[in-house]
Design a protein around this ligand. Structure first.
Ligand SMILES: [Zn+2]
Length: 141
């Protein structure tokens, strides 16, 4: 099922700042990047100024394949909040990227009863405003 895109995006928008701006700029280009520590090699998501493993501020951005698998998920059938009720039912999931981090995201182009743990998924990009593009995932093709 394709998610209907409202004429005007009515869900809360993220706050862009110096820590996460490269992430959002990559999504605008329809590219998915995560951070990798230059000192210990740990990869991390979401974007942060310091390594969560060794506290190093030395970071590089690594381009992802956009592929992963469903780590866990939940389907929402009831939500009266404007902006969300129009999307029902929707699926929230943790997707484990091939690069080793887990992203909280939405699954699209599938029904809740089609989703399975470990199901292969691939990224899709949803341009919701001129500044903000969201990374969501669909069953891998
Ligand atoms: Zn580190």
């Amino acid at each position: 099922m394709a998610e209907n895109k409202p004429a005007k995006y009515s869900k809360p928008l993220p706050h862009l700042d110096e820590e996460n701006r490269p992430w959002w700029e990559a999504l605008q280009r329809h590219e998915l990047y995560i951070q990798k520590c230059r000192d210990c090699g740990d990869v991390r998501y979401y974007p942060r100024a310091m390594c969560t493993n060794c506290l190093s501020p030395r970071t590089e951005w690594v381009k992802c394949s956009g592929r992963g698998k469903v780590y866990t998920f939940t389907a929402t059938y009831q939500n009266n909040v404007p902006g969300f009720r129009e999307s029902l039912p929707y699926i929230m999931a943790y997707v484990e990227l091939d690069e080793g981090v887990k992203m909280l995201t939405n699954l699209v182009d599938c029904q809740p009863d089609q989703v399975r743990i470990d199901m292969p998924v691939e990224v899709v990009y949803e341009d919701v405003t001129p500044e903000v593009t969201l990374a969501k995932f669909r069953p891998a093709r």
